[in-house]
Design a protein around this ligand. Sequence first.
Ligand code: SF4
Ligand code: ZN
Length: 302
Amino acid sequence: MQCSLCSSKAVYYQRYSSRHLCKKHFLRDFYRRVKRAVAKYKMIESGDKIALAMSGGKDSVTLAHALMELYGKRRDLEFVAITIDEGIEGYRPPTVEIAKKVCRDLGIEHVVVSFREEIGLNLDKMVELGKRNACTYCGVFRKYLLNKTAKELGATKLATGHNLDDETQTILLNFLNADVERLARLVPQRVQKGLVYRIKPLREIYEKEVVIYAIVNNLPVSLEECPYSRFPARAIVRDFIYEFEKKYPGRKFSIMRSFEELLPCLHKMYPQIELGECKICGEPTAREICKACELKKELGII
Ligand code: SF4
Ligand code: ZN
């Protein structure tokens, strides 16, 4: 199939715009949309030191590559990558290796932080000892370590690889769970003391496009799934959005636009509260003791 914009061979069919795109035009469109999202939310500003959350999965590898292509030569910006090794046997070690290779190839300083060293136990052990499910421990401690490490490295922004599919699933899930407050928190309103401002430069990019980007750029990615992965509600919402998008292309953007329209109201309804410091570790929290310390207590680590 020929590209709709030139005579080269197409590598991708963009359903929502009914265009076949060759590598050059696919990349041009991809970068344009990343730049637009970055500008819209003022994600990257002069003087920023951007910490990339680098799991070694397709999203983070694509994010690192795309940001370096677009902003890597800017002398007023700095980049550093952080990989959290949760300690998931069989699954995590190969992705840590991919993360190391990608950072080496892109010339990004890379820091690997492990649950075992920083928290005291790896995830497999937590699951064995504790009563919570793996994703609770993983989510809380990963966020905690990403923020803490980014701060220690002097980062002003923390970039994650969430794409349009992830974001629209989360938006709908929060609606379906009547968790409007969490919906409001999906886009931080301002910088909060102790929290590195989170940014999502791929939020306007389809998951499929992230995969195509990785393929056309020969990026090493692992498509392996975490052995603990089981989000039944998210999977149902994902399948629903997939079917809806298949029938009515472009509807993922509609979900995003509706959310953005509501955002000013949501932010008024749920203004960001001032965070205090955890009595145990000093990290930011809205409560006396942060969630990470609460879980550590439960696990008998502190
Ligand atoms: Fe962590 Fe795996 Fe759960 Fe993802 S699926 S939050 S990597 S335990
Ligand atoms: Zn704490």
